[in-house]
Design a binder for this molecule. Structure first.
Ligand code: HEM
Length: 229
């Protein structure tokens, strides 16, 4: 094996690890807003959903660079296999394994979203819950293994990220999805895959999850009445 190391790889690994954590935080917070169907006239649900998706792709890109630079840097003995299979790293086995679990969870969520049209909506939603576990694992991993994690600025950054995600979790648990005013993609339900609302009248309002088997109601359903903005 060819040994290759330079401090720039290490700087890149640290920087992209930190950026990944921040992006992951933003992604989770936006995901909580999407699933509770927050949106207004200035920034509609469609826009929030699109930003959420774009940020998730950018996050994946940064995580790939973070892991890639770590694997390429022969200063730390972490191979490609150890980056994906937990507890196989010769370097900081437990903290690196926690990062590996984070990336495995992230890949599961990502792939399930790519094939969303081919799997049951309820399955996709359950898999999407893994994002919370991904954040928890990533935050713990960064704290345990990071060279910067005990510097005051990094402690503040990590605390802000964790606080933001805890608040998003509380928001997600306490706020039931509602119909918000504002722009949407095709119908009030399109794209988000969310169907539950406060109103459960069998004739006029959207249908509760139990009656739809967790599937999104087609745009033809009588939910998208009135002019769209
Ligand atoms: C979702 C996935 C991941 C995220 C969000 C993430 C995030 C982070 C963060 C925030 C740090 C701390 C950086 C610092 O304090 O300077 C870090 C460090 C580190 N990560 Fe990850 N990580 C992830 C996955 C992985 C994986 C799969 C590996 C294994 C190849 C890995 C290897 C490392 C190493 C070796 C460090 C220490 C770098 C140093 O010397 O500071 N990470 N990561």
């Amino acid at each position: 094996m060819i040994a290759f190391t330079t401090p720039y790889l290490w700087y890149s690994s640290r920087a992209t690890g930190i950026v990944s954590l921040v992006l992951l935080t933003v992604m989770i917070v936006l995901g909580a807003l999407v699933s509770t169907r927050v949106g207004g006239r200035a920034v509609g649900r469609f826009e929030i959903n699109e930003i959420h998706r774009s940020i998730s792709m950018i996050t994946m890109l940064f995580v790939v660079v973070h892991v890639g630079t770590t694997v390429v840097d022969s200063y730390v003995p972490i191979g490609f296999f150890s980056a994906l299979v937990p507890f196989t790293s010769g370097y900081r086995r437990i903290p690196v394994a926690i990062g590996t679990i984070a990336i495995d969870l992230m890949l599961t969520v990502w792939v399930s979203s790519l094939v969303k049209d081919r799997i049951r909506n309820v399955t996709w939603r359950y898999l999407h819950w893994l994002s919370w576990g991904c954040f928890a694992a990533a935050a713990l991993h960064g704290f345990l293994v990071g060279s910067d994690s005990h510097r005051p600025w990094m402690i503040i950054l990590q605390a802000v990220c964790v606080a933001a995600v805890i608040m998003a979790a509380i928001w997600r648990i306490t706020q039931r999805p509602t119909r918000a005013a504002g722009r949407t993609a095709h119908s009030p339900l399109a794209g988000s895959g969310q169907v539950a609302t406060k109103k459960t009248s069998p004739t006029s309002g959207p249908r509760p999850l139990a009656k739809t088997g967790g599937r999104a109601i087609p745009p033809s359903a009588p939910l998208a009445k009135g002019p769209r903005r």
